[in-house]
Design a protein around this ligand. Structure first.
Ligand code: SF4
Ligand code: SF4
Length: 385
């Protein structure tokens, strides 16, 4: 296997999995997990009996992080805000450069503002308008999340708030991303989305992914690319649509080779509830990928894990970066089915590449600046949906 060369800053990101439990039963997570019960991983040994909450001493986490002053912690679950005591303990005791949380937003009102306001970024799960969010996540979810977001703004949260959408067949990507940007309830300027595709063992056959991706999602992305550039042209504002930002920044800077854009296994790792370190939060329990334990590992010397074929042989690998290490190693979808996902990646790259002349023109005429496309890499947005 060829190992790509790369250089990154010293920032290291660690998803701290605080709990394996969640207070929601979303269709694409809980629902899929139920359907997926009979599709084990034949090639991997998986520890399904991880502790429900962290069992290591927070002091160990502090000693681990102190070895790298540029350590960024991302609270993750399950639903991490079910563990407010642990969050407070970690934020009080662990010296990290930044704290980030990825939450479904429902328990946001259970953490005191003095802690919420210290988050550099909050990634909140919301899938679009009320009807769509409640369809995927359960009735009443949208209203409660929006009420919490208003509350934390009122209480002084000034960091970045990213609407993190999970998208699949019921999602009209153009309609729902533009709705999140402009609506009467709560407008976001930062949006990231991820396709629910290639993560489960037996969902492709019962889904309509082919038709939806080709007829709805891919055309919606092209239209959204035009909207994004129209918006920056008219208003002088580069909306923080993370999949677009990542690709545009690479194309504008002439970057020759992108890393796996989520950083999984390279600069972004996950710490399980038992303290073992894995390349990414989706790889919990996969014993072949345990990279050490926080009691003894050096965060700066963790083994790096790279994607393999088919990505390494792909003609757009240099810009895609491989989409997802978990999908690449587990190969939960058959190769021909996963090709549809890769087609969405090609379409995304194309949607931005064709707008590049217009973007460049607006930089040259001073409407926007090159650094409007900058963002904190590896903050939990995977970039390639
Ligand atoms: S387009 Fe598909 S095969 Fe190509 S690098 Fe991306 S995920 Fe891998
Ligand atoms: S994109 Fe894949 S490898 Fe990266 S963090 Fe998400 S699940 Fe893990």
């Amino acid at each position: 296997m060829s190992v790509p060369s790369f250089s990154v800053g010293k920032d290291m990101f660690f998803h701290v999995i605080l709990t394996t439990e969640c207070n929601l039963q979303c269709r694409y997570c809980f629902g899929e997990a139920l359907e997926d019960l009979d599709t084990d991983f034949p090639c991997f040994e998986v520890d399904y009996s991880l502790p429900k909450k962290i069992i290591y001493d927070v002091d160990l986490l502090n000693r681990f992080c102190r070895q790298n002053p540029d350590c960024v912690l991302i609270f993750y679950g399950g639903e991490p805000l079910l563990c407010t005591d642990e969050i407070k303990q970690i934020m009080d005791c662990v010296k990290a450069k930044h704290f980030i949380v990825q939450t479904n937003g429902l328990p946001l009102d259970s953490l005191e503002p003095e802690y919420v306001n210290r988050f550099h970024t909050i990634l909140v799960s919301i899938d679009g308008d009320e009807a769509l969010t409640d369809f995927y996540r359960g009735n009443g979810t949208f209203k409660k999340v929006i009420s919490n977001l208003k509350l934390i703004k009122k209480n002084g949260f000034k960091g970045e708030m990213i609407a993190r959408m999970t998208v699949m067949e019921q999602t009209d990507i153009y309609k729902h991303v533009t709705w999140l940007v402009d609506n009467k309830e709560f407008s976001f300027s930062s949006v990231h989305w991820q396709l629910n595709a290639g993560f489960w063992g037996n969902d492709f056959a019962r889904r309509d992914f082919k038709r939806w991706s080709e007829e709805s999602y891919n055309t919606g992305i092209q239209k959204l690319g035009e909207f994004w550039v129209d918006y920056l042209e008219k208003k002088g504002v580069v909306l923080r649509f993370y999949p677009f930002l990542g690709i545009a920044q690479s194309l504008l800077s002439g970057e020759k080779k992108s890393l796996l854009r989520c950083g999984g296994g390279l600069v972004n790792y996950a710490i399980q509830t038992d303290g073992y370190i894995v390349p990414c939060p989706s790889m919990w329990g996969m014993k072949d990928y345990y990279l050490g334990h926080i009691s003894s590992a050096d965060p700066l010397k963790l083994k790096k894990v790279f994607v393999n074929e088919p990505c390494t042989k792909c003609d757009v690998f240099h810009i895609c970066g491989g989409r997802c290490l978990y999908a690449n190693v587990t190969k939960r979808w058959a190769a021909e089915d996963y090709t549809l996902v890769c087609n969405t990646v090609r379409n995304l790259i194309d949607a931005i590449a064709k707008e590049l002349p217009r973007i460049r023109k607006n930089i040259e005429n001073g409407r926007i600046r090159l650094n409007d496309f900058e963002f904190m890499r590896y903050n939990g947005c995977e970039i390639i949906p």
